[in-house]
Ligand binder design. Structure first.
Ligand SMILES: [Zn+2]
Length: 137
C-alpha cells in the first residue's frame, strides 16, 4: 500500500512569493519598507507600524531553535514512517520565527538555542520545504 501524499502548502496572495522563492532554495521574509521590520508570516500590513509597503529579502538561512517538540505519533498517515520527528520554532538570524522540522540529527540531540541552518526538502508536488539542520555557528 502506498502512503498518502504529505499535505502541500496552501498559497495565497501573501504567501505565494515565499513559496516561489523556496522553489529556488531561497529563504525569504517580508521586510516593511517603512520601519524595516522583517516579518513572518507574510501579511499585507506591518504588525508594528501598519505600513502597507513591503519587500522580500533573502535570509541567511541561519537561526536558533526557540522551542521544539518530538512527535512520536503520526497525526497524519503520510508521516507514519517519519516518527519520531522534530517540529520546532526556529528564530531566524533576521528576527522572524518559522515553524519547521529539525532534520539531520537524532531528535534526542535537539535543544533550545541550538544553532541551525536551512536545508531543503523538494516535494513531488513541485514545492520545496525549508527545513533546518544542526549548524556549527
Ligand atoms: Zn513597519
Amino acid at each position: 500500500m502506498t502512503a498518502p501524499a504529505k499535505p502541500a502548502p496552501r498559497l495565497n496572495a501573501d504567501s505565494r512569493p515565499f513559496w516561489e522563492a523556496c522553489r529556488s532554495h531561497r529563504l525569504q521574509v517580508q521586510q516593511c519598507t517603512a520601519c524595516g521590520l522583517a516579518r513572518w508570516p507574510p501579511a499585507f500590513l506591518c504588525p508594528r507600524c501598519h505600513g502597507k509597503e513591503a519587500q522580500w529579502r533573502d535570509c541567511s538561512g541561519r537561526g536558533r531553535v526557540y522551542s521544539y517538540v518530538v512527535y512520536h505519533k503520526a497525526f497524519h498517515p503520510a508521516f507514519k514512517t517519519d516518527v519520531p520527528y522534530v517540529v520546532a520554532i526556529v528564530t531566524l538570524a533576521e528576527g522572524p520565527c518559522l515553524v519547521s522540522n529539525i532534520v539531520g540529527c537524532d531528535p534526542s540531540e535537539v535543544y533550545c538555542e541550538m544553532p541551525v541552518e536551512v536545508t531543503w526538502a523538494d516535494r513531488p508536488a513541485g514545492f520545496s520545504l525549508p527545513l533546518f539542520k544542526p549548524s556549527n555557528m
